[in-house]
Design a protein around this ligand. Structure first.
Ligand SMILES: [Zn+2]
Length: 413
């Protein structure tokens, strides 16, 4: 009942804000004239283009059985599927060149072509994007204690909800020479694009070579894929900065010049973060050091978490989402036990704890305000070996770019 009232109120507020701002309910980007690359020498007097209106709606405020713009929204209480990707391979000839990283990239990543086909397939199969932050809410239980609840999502009739998350969107040094893009930038139209180098060493700014702008473009072309404006949740470490900007500290040696460069990178990434947020992207922690939460000491985990807040959280804002590095669960089994590591992480504000698994399993913990969820992982390993499990999303036979990948075993071939 309370939620119903809140929902009504929110609907009213949304309507009011829509009227007030002429259809644009999101804030303008905080940083205007600060271009990400201001090192060209000559001051440029060009104002950035006006951001296009981008409305993020809350799925929980959709009226029950309501109709809006000719679309009927109905309650969904079933499984919310969750797929996660690593950065996608822009140049397979660099990624799969037989060097020491080639098989790891084959195991854990998909190529741009495969990613494009996966998006098309999940769209064709009736999935629509929802924000991970809208799937569960914190509330007060009958015992007066805070607890998580799963929300009823109101989706366009016939559609199924899908969360996307993207691990390690840091643009690690090792990836740069291995066929990945180097960083996110704003292109000449003020939209998120990638910057990088092609195999011949030419600089390339593109919206077709990186998972993030590719999804942005896909939603522009298929707006009904994201009925509420959601995109994906970016899972960030901190040890090599974020989004391709070297915003990290180094405790071993640190000079004034290094700090000055770090401050420059921090200023450069701010408009990228603002634009990502404005267009439906959210952020979660993947720990600062990509550390194993199942084997590190509590003290190490506390230091790492604080460092993530200092160097990453300070830029992207607060988050309730934690993505376990290596999928490794704290305290042994986190859904039967609530151990000291889990308690500590929860005390730091995390509520949704994501691992990796063979289904989109989720479990609301009874003894602490938290939810645990597993994610499926489209990548070389599952394309080769788990075709059946992913048929509800796509058929690996139609997706896998066998010709460009290493010649390794495929179960269905
Ligand atoms: Zn990771």
């Amino acid at each position: 009942m309370m939620r119903r009232l809140t929902a009504l109120l929110l609907t009213l507020l949304t309507l009011l804000s829509l009227t007030a701002c002429g259809g644009q309910s999101s804030d303008p980007p905080a940083e205007g004239p600060d271009a990400p690359d201001a090192g060209e020498g000559e001051p440029v007097e060009v104002l950035p283009p006006e951001p296009e209106p981008y409305t993020i709606l809350d799925p929980t405020v959709m009226p029950e059985g309501g109709v809006r713009d000719g679309v009927t929204y109905v309650a969904w209480d079933g499984i919310v599927e969750h797929l996660f990707f690593h950065p996608v391979v822009a140049y397979p000839e660099l990624a799969f060149d037989g060097d020491a990283q080639a098989n790891g990239i084959d195991d854990y990543m998909v190529t741009v072509d495969e990613y494009d086909k996966i998006l098309q397939s999940v769209y064709d199969k009736g999935y629509v994007l929802v924000d991970i932050g809208d799937v569960w809410s914190e509330t007060t239980g009958e015992d007066g204690q805070p607890k998580m609840v799963k929300n009823t999502l109101y989706l366009p009739e016939g559609k199924k909800p899908l969360i996307l998350s993207f691990d390690d969107t840091n643009y690690y040094e090792y990836m740069l020479s291995n066929g990945f893009t180097y960083k996110l930038v704003l292109d000449e139209n003020g939209k998120i694009a990638s910057w990088g180098k092609d195999p011949q060493g030419n600089e390339v700014v593109s919206r077709d070579l990186d998972a993030i702008p590719i999804l942005d473009k896909f939603v522009e072309e298929h707006p009904d894929f994201s009925p509420f404006g959601a995109k994906g949740c970016l899972s960030l470490t901190g040890y090599e900065g974020i989004l391709g900007y070297r915003t990290q500290t180094d405790t071993k040696s640190w000079t004034a010049a290094q700090e000055a460069n770090r401050q420059k990178e921090i200023e450069a990434v701010k408009p990228i973060i603002a634009e990502l947020k404005r267009t439906g992207w959210t952020f979660g922690s993947h720990t600062w050091g990509h550390i194993r939460l199942g084997s590190k000491s509590l003290e190490t985990i506390q230091e790492d978490t604080q460092r993530w807040f200092d160097e990453v959280g300070s830029l992207v804002g607060p988050t309730t989402i934690l993505f376990y590095p290596h999928g490794e669960r704290p305290d042994g089994n986190d859904w039967q036990n609530t151990g000291p590591v889990f308690r500590y992480l929860q005390s730091q504000g995390f509520r949704v704890f994501c691992s990796v698994g063979i289904e989109s399993f989720s479990y609301i913990k009874k003894d602490i305000c938290a939810v645990i969820c597993d994610r499926l992982h489209p990548d070389g390993t599952t394309l080769r070996h788990s075709r059946d499990r992913y048929l509800q999303f796509y058929d690996a036979k139609d997706i896998m770019d066998v010709a460009v990948r290493p010649q390794r075993e495929i179960d269905w071939a």
